[in-house]
Design a protein around this ligand. Structure first.
Ligand code: F6P
Length: 328
């Protein structure tokens, strides 16, 4: 067992996600309960390198848990891929007498934290936080349900106007390499079709057009296609063009974009973030040196960091089957 930690810092990294504030609050207040000194690092690993670190107390995190975004702000720090830069970050933590680090973010952020641990023996705890829900080793990452709900609300509104005009819409949701948002939103909004990022190269236009035409023939007043954004936003314009040129189908496009990342976290995200923050600090305090607070089979448990470093891109084919079955 390693030496008892006396101080801890927390940062958010990568894309923000609703519920990060709940996790920060939980980390800070759990640490205070254990008589640890606690620091907030502003703007992720970038802020760490700039020494943008401030002492937190119980009131620093008052009245934040209901808000989206992150009060610590976040960044995507490309420099952190360099070993010499990470060495500098480790020095900064040591100079500030920070014994352990909690990183709230996705798998890129976890890789940065893991390197700090393996290269400089810094105890780290990861709290999964990304709307993409694509971190290996955990069934859930904070922000996913809120993002899905935000997209569902938007698609429901689009459905209202689509059926008033007998229209087809292609709605693009976030999730660079992750199919999770598209699958969940597609099923929950009764989408006629879902286009997944892993299948960008092989979109079955024949089938999509056939489904739309069949729906219209049986009296449907609207069709919604949910498209995951893929490598970069804008895939839906390609789909729109192909449907027009090859099948004479006029479709409207709506890219939901970053509205999916904002907004007040719904209950799932508040509860899970609070529990994960609490567990992360307890684990570091008890001497664990590299853990992630993961959800497995509905339970929040601490798992070895190494299990959560990959991107999870499994397609739940079950969801695709249900969508196809129900959207006749
Ligand atoms: O945080 C995840 C995510 O929202 C992805 O779904 C999306 O592709 C990406 O971030 C967008 O990142 P940025 O806001 O840096 O453009």
């Amino acid at each position: 067992m390693s030496e008892q930690i006396k101080s801890i810092a927390v940062l958010c990294s990568g894309g923000d996600s609703p519920g990060m504030n709940c996790a920060i609050r939980s980390v800070v207040r759990t640490a205070i309960n254990l008589n640890l000194e606690v620091y907030g690092i502003q703007r992720g690993f970038q802020g760490l390198l700039e020494g943008n670190i401030k002492k937190m107390d119980a009131s620093s995190v008052g009245n934040i848990l209901q808000h989206g975004g992150t009060m610590l702000q976040t960044s995507r720090c490309m420099e952190f891929h360099q070993a010499d830069i990470r060495k500098e970050a480790a020095h900064i933590l040591k100079r500030k007498k920070i014994d352990a680090l909690v990183v709230i973010g996705g798998n890129g952020s976890f890789n940065g934290a893991w390197s700090l641990h393996t290269e400089h023996a810094i105890p780290v705890a990861g709290i999964p936080g990304t709307i993409d829900n694509d971190i290996s080793g955990t069934d859930y990452s904070i922000g996913f349900d809120t993002a899905v709900q935000t997209a569902i609300d938007a698609v429901d509104k689009i459905r209202d106007t689509a059926s008033s005009h007998d229209r087809t819409f292609i709605v693009e949701v976030m999730g660079k390499k992750s199919p999770a948002i598209a699958l969940n939103v597609g099923l929950a909004t009764g989408a006629e079709n879902i286009i997944l990022p892993t299948k960008n190269e092989e979109i079955d236009f024949e089938q999509i057009a056939g489904d739309i035409k069949r729906g219209i023939a049986r009296g449907k007043t609207s069709s919604i296609i949910i498209a995951a954004e893929g490598e970069k936003p804008g895939l839906c314009y390609r789909v729109q063009e192909e449907l027009k040129n090859s099948y004479s189908i006029d479709a409207h496009v709506c890219i939901l974009g970053h509205i999916q990342r904002g907004g007040n976290p719904i209950s799932t995200d508040r509860l899970i973030a609070s529990e994960m923050g609490y567990l992360a600090v307890k684990e570091l305090y008890s001497g664990k040196s590299a853990v992630v607070t993961a959800m497995r089979h509905g339970e929040i448990i601490s798992v070895p960091f190494e299990e959560c470093l990959q991107k999870k891109i499994e397609v739940e084919s079950k969801y695709l089957d249900i969508v196809r079955t129900l959207s006749i």
